[in-house]
Ligand binder design. Structure first.
Ligand code: MV4
Length: 515
């Protein structure tokens, strides 16, 4: 069947069956891309996911093991065995789980399969933040002023911090995601913070090697999507603004960044392409930058390279019109990039919100339970990438992200309006979600004006979560009231039947309930 569906002349002919080493919305996204390309898909699942959407959607499904990720989605031997068993010729790792493990990429290739991602050496190289920093400096990519002390004793690191000038940020070479980081504001507490950073890094990564950078206060996180093939072609697909994070977990992403002037965008794109070339990269990747200031006077510095497809890739797809997962399949099969740099344009504005099964009023405690009701909004410019369906049981074994909502429109204000309207008509019952929190975030004046930075959510958490959240029932009632009004309008029920003139009357405007 797959063979008949394959389009003549498509570049993907050398891939016949792809094992998707992931779960949730990204597994669903990849399975759909395979189906479109005429490639068979193989899902993997843990015992907790035997009836999950991704497992049912693929052409076949292989069991990995018990629910804990270490025994299932993180078990390299189990995943490679499943690939062999199923006759797959390639493996897509998705994001998270094994996606940035060089040993996994090597195990896949040692089994004679194609890894749909970068070369294992590139993953490894970028895993060391110190090595990545040195590589970027050599390639002419701007890095934050700082140093890597050869003398890794407390005294050696402390001396390096003095050389930079306070405030300084101590970072772990094996770090990422903010672990093993400490801000040092004066000489007095340097030695204590150095020890704490080293211990945290050694415990988390088994490697306590540290480096130091000048602290950039309240920077933005702006990243550039890059793509490289096996034929020496490297392009960038513009930026994503990802400053709205809570404890290093992204919450809202958008493109374009409200802070990026065209000239800075062009320099950042060129720097990202140079970074990918220096890394010996192939397939989809992301270069993370810190942005200091905004407009033409802004400065940017290399932060890290993410050697995978990211959650927020859909924002890039919305503003460029490309299919990044399809391109991953083609490039992994040895085809040249489907675009030249000149053919790529950034058009309109896209915003992504991550919907999590978590309760903002109890410090974002992950929520488990039945998805009694789950109705996705739809309409022009609305895309939902979900890993769940109504009736699913949401567990606590894995990441609590339920779905992503991506809204695009011609302008940023229109995209914001569209996002907010869609979130208000997304009824979910059975478990609490972060939808009320997302609505407060998006309506905040600083988010509306685009004046956000990486500490924004953590600094404003109280004001964004303290006001009584509407109950799930109130949200569901408001969403259904909208639908009933639409139906009434369609059948003319409201014709000649005046409603209350009072705009605060909840029967007039049900969406005001609880908000
Ligand atoms: C920084 C920084 C300020 N100055 N480096 C956080 C995670 C790690 N990947 C790098 N991080 C940062 N590095 C210097 N020299 C601020 C952060 C940072 C951050 C960066 C990106 C997104 C969110 C963040 C939240 C807090 C701090």
């Amino acid at each position: 069947m797959a063979g008949e569906q394959r389009r003549a002349g498509a570049h993907v002919t050398s891939l016949k069956r792809v094992l998707v080493a992931n779960r949730g919305e990204i597994a669903v996204r990849i399975i759909r891309a395979c189906r479109e390309a005429g490639i068979e898909s193989v899902a993997v699942y843990s015992d907790a996911d035997a009836r999950a959407l991704h497992a049912g959607l693929a052409d076949r499904a292989e069991r990995l093991g018990p629910p804990p990720a270490l025994q299932s989605y993180l078990n390299i031997d189990a995943v490679v065995d499943a690939a062999r068993r199923s006759g797959a010729d390639a493996v897509h790792p998705g994001y998270g789980f094994l996606s940035e493990r060089a040993d996994f990429a090597r195990a896949v290739e040692a089994a004679g399969l194609t890894f749909i991602g970068p070369p294992a050496d590139a993953i490894e190289r970028m895993g060391s933040k110190i090595a990545a920093r040195a590589l970027m400096a050599n390639a002419g990519v701007p890095i934050v002023p700082g140093s890597t002390p050869a003398d890794q004793t407390d005294g050696g690191i402390a001396e390096a911090t003095r050389g930079i000038g306070f405030p300084v940020l101590i970072k772990a070479s094996a770090g990422g995601g903010g672990r093993g980081m400490r801000v040092v504001r004066s000489e007095d507490d340097a030695v204590e913070l150095i020890g704490a950073a080293r211990r945290e890094a050694a415990a988390a990564f088994g490697d306590g090697t540290l480096y130091v950078e000048k602290l950039i206060e309240r920077p933005r996180h702006v990243e550039i999507q890059i793509f490289a093939d096996d034929h020496g072609n490297v392009v960038h697909l513009f930026e994503r603004e990802c400053s709205l994070q809570r404890r290093h977990q992204k919450v809202v992403e958008e493109s374009p960044s409200p802070a990026l002037a065209p000239a800075v965008r062009e320099r950042m794109g060129a720097a990202a392409v140079a970074a990918a070339r220096a890394a010996g990269y192939r397939n989809a990747g992301t270069i993370e930058f810190l942005l200091e200031g905004e407009g033409d006077g802004a400065s940017f510095y290399f932060l890290e390279m993410n050697t995978r497809l990211q959650v927020e890739h859909a924002v890039t797809e919305a503003v460029t019109g490309v299919d990044l997962v399809r391109a991953q399949l083609e490039v992994a099969a040895g085809a040249p990039l489907p675009w030249t740099q000149e053919s790529l344009r950034q058009r309109g504005h896209a915003i992504e919100c991550r919907l999590y099964a978590e309760d903002p009023s109890t410090d974002f405690l992950p929520q488990a339970g039945p998805l009694l009701l789950y109705r996705e909004p739809s309409g022009p410019g609305i895309r939902i990438d979900a890993g769940v369906v109504e009736g699913d049981d949401i567990g606590v074994n894995y990441d609590p992200m339920l779905a992503k909502l991506i809204a695009c429109a011609e302008t940023r204000p229109a995209a914001l309006e569209r996002t907010i309207a869609a979130l208000r008509t997304f009824p979910i019952l059975g478990i609490r979600t972060n939808i009320p929190f997302l609505l407060r975030v998006l309506q905040h004046r600083d988010v509306q004006s685009g004046a956000v930075h990486t500490s924004f959510l953590d600094e404003r958490l109280t004001e964004l979560t303290t006001p009584a959240n509407p109950s799930p029932a109130a949200i569901a009632a408001a969403a259904f009231a909208d639908r009933i009004r639409m139906r009434d309008a369609a059948i003319g029920v409201a014709d000649g039947a005046p409603r209350s003139a009072d705009p605060s009357d909840p029967w007039t405007r049900l969406e005001n309930w609880g908000r």
